[in-house]
Design a protein around this ligand. Structure first.
Ligand code: OGA
Ligand code: NI
Length: 346
């Protein structure tokens, strides 16, 4: 049985009731609160995968991929082969889910000691600033890790669409891992080998309700992802994602049917620091609600990962130690206000 949920008010309810954000949501000074919009790199995945695209085009796109991931740590993926209709469908069922009455959503509520389910993130310390968002977090892979009782049956199509999305995301993540290896002149399976066929994948449906104080409240605080790869489906209408690069924040534009790929810390580790895990955050809007769907792909927590030895040499000595369960390291560091990647640096 699921344990009872300790729940203060959901952010969505506070937003609907027009509540002032409570003090624990307030950030005194958000650095660079209204950053410029910028174009981040666009990568056409069909050029990376298809054997039909001319060799020179493939090589060029692999070069672009390496360039994007070693500077921005993210890019907009087009040519991913997932239809616009399907992307709109998963957006639609997400919107329908968050549109349900609180009691109905609570059927899928997160238990006190669990991460999975609907609600807020577990609170890690007393002085933590809260995020102006509610989320539904669900394991996707391995299949036996799925807690189906937390998968909404309302809207009725939700489970079926999420299962299909999961298959597509797994395929895309594997394609990306191979392409990244090739872009670094490595054997294409070298990253996947570190996964030892034990990949983990989870989805996070984010709901950012409109907020009366966007100048002092964030949808998600600045963070880097603890995954290896994150694939994000942004809201089609409402911006919010911002990326930190070269000591500057930038707004990420919306390309309606592109998927935003960003690296997580585990890929920065495996690439010996050549590819970057970008710091990012989400702003709030006083006018519009925003929904996004993030899928995190990573090696199983028991698998040992380390920098690929072919990326270690005299000029670039090994930057990170060998480790398992980066998720737990990330969690503990976040709790004590430390940067997780620094704690595994050699
Ligand atoms: C995340 C995240 C960004 C967004 O879920 O880790 O960074 O736009 N989401 O929702
Ligand atoms: Ni993130």
């Amino acid at each position: 049985m699921i344990q009872p949920i300790i729940m203060s008010k959901y952010v969505q309810e506070m937003s609907i009731d027009g509540d002032e954000p409570p003090p624990r949501f307030i950030i005194k000074q958000i650095p660079n609160p209204n950053p410029p919009l910028t174009s981040i790199p666009i990568i056409d995945l069909s050029l990376l995968s298809s054997s039909s695209s001319p060799y020179s085009e493939q090589i060029q796109e692999l070069q672009n991929l390496k360039e994007a991931l070693s500077s921005w740590g993210c890019f907009q993926a087009t040519g991913h082969g997932i239809s616009c209709i399907f992307l709109d469908k998963i957006r639609e069922v997400s919107k329908q889910f968050f549109g349900l009455a609180t009691m109905e959503k609570q059927k899928y509520g997160r238990a006190v000691n669990d991460i999975e389910g609907y609600g807020n993130d577990p609170v890690l310390s007393d002085n933590q600033v809260y995020d102006w968002s509610d989320r539904l977090f669900l394991n996707l892979i391995p299949h036996h890790s799925r807690k189906l009782q937390l998968w909404p049956t309302n809207p009725t199509q939700f489970r079926e669409i999420l299962s299909e999305y999961s298959e597509k995301m797994k395929e895309m993540a594997e394609l990306l891992l191979k392409a990244m290896a090739r872009s670094l002149n490595l054997e294409e399976n070298c990253f996947l080998k570190q996964y030892e066929k034990q990949e983990q994948m989870a989805a996070r449906f984010n709901y950012y309700p409109k907020c009366p104080k966007p100048e002092s409240v964030l949808g998600v605080k600045a963070h880097s992802d603890g995954s290896a790869i994150t694939i994000l489906l942004q809201d089609k209408q409402v911006e919010g994602l911002q990326i930190f690069k070269d000591d500057q924040w930038y707004k990420v534009p919306i390309i309606p049917h592109a998927l935003l790929v960003n690296l997580g810390d585990q890929m920065q580790i495996m690439s010996n620091g050549i590819l970057k895990s970008p710091i990012h955050r989400v702003s709030t809007s006083s006018e519009k609600n925003r929904i996004s769907i993030a899928v995190f792909h990573l090696p199983n927590s028991e698998v040992e990962i380390e920098p690929i030895q072919d990326l270690v040499d005299e000029k670039r000595p090994q930057q990170y130690r060998k480790l398992t369960n980066y998720g737990a390291i990330n969690f503990q560091c976040f709790q004590s206000g430390k940067i997780a990647l620094d704690s595994v640096k050699i």
